[in-house]
Design a protein around this ligand. Structure first.
Ligand SMILES: [Zn+2]
Length: 245
């Protein structure tokens, strides 16, 4: 699904591709990116043996990586079962969307009070990157960019604590959409809505920007189906683009 170039560009960890050994942060970044780009499904079991073999690292590195992944709510750790990619329940999914609507509404207000023309230009550049990835058929990169759009807006608000919280929520959204989202729609987001939000910000129309953002998030939530069978995939194919990079 994702090209080798996407993987090569998708994380600082990729700079270590040709150099051994990888650190626990590298392994953590690879797993996180693979989940974000939908190569690794929620509920997938990650065994120490497979990750040691795929990444060419020792058990200690993998165990430390599991702890980092657990800290960021990317995996759940089970006694005797190793790590499993987190699978939010329908109730948790509702909570994530409710939290996002509240937080992003507030962040947008904060951002609008100080936004500079250069920031609007940067947002427009981001929209262009989304379109380019989509046109190129680079689905993994496109999915990541649509999530990053929300973080870009949040950065403009200048509140680091809320930004870190939103990062977690955007990641959880990715898991939720992978689990419960419509199978014909790869992204969390409609790029058209993003463009409308930027246009409203450019016009200084905060209330419209907030309304569009609110309905954008509600629309994604409304498309979730909570009775889908669980998806799993095998680790070697999930990390295959990275290994061939
Ligand atoms: Zn969006």
């Amino acid at each position: 699904m994702a090209s080798a170039a996407t993987i090569a560009n998708s994380s600082t960890a990729k700079t270590h591709m040709a150099e051994a050994p990888m650190t626990e942060e590298d392994v953590c970044a690879h797993v996180r990116d693979s989940v974000l780009e939908r190569r690794l499904a929620p509920g997938t079991k990650l065994t120490e043996e497979s990750l040691c073999s795929i990444f060419g690292v020792g058990r200690t590195t993998v165990r430390r990586a599991f702890l980092l992944l657990k800290r960021d709510n990317i995996v759940d750790l089970h006694r005797n079962r190793g790590a499993v990619v987190a699978s939010p329940t329908p109730a948790e999914a509702r909570d994530v969307f409710e939290s996002r609507r509240m937080i992003e509404h507030a962040l947008l207000q904060q951002a609008a009070s100080t936004i500079a023309p250069a920031s609007i230009t940067a947002l427009e550049d981001h929209l262009e990157q989304e379109r380019t990835a989509l046109t190129a058929g680079d689905v993994g990169r496109w999915i990541r960019l649509t999530g990053d759009f929300h973080l870009h807006l949040a950065r403009l608000a200048g509140n680091r604590v809320m930004l870190e919280f939103l990062k977690q929520l955007v990641f959880q959204t990715s898991l939720i959409v992978a689990l419960y989202g419509p199978s014909n729609n790869g992204s969390n987001c409609s790029g058209g809505d993003h463009a409308k939000i930027v246009a409203a910000m450019r016009d200084g129309d905060l209330s419209s920007a907030q309304d569009i953002l609110d309905s954008h998030l509600r629309e994604i939530e409304a498309q979730l189906e909570f009775n889908k069978p669980e998806k799993q995939n095998d680790l070697v194919s999930a990390f295959a683009p990275m290994r061939s990079a």
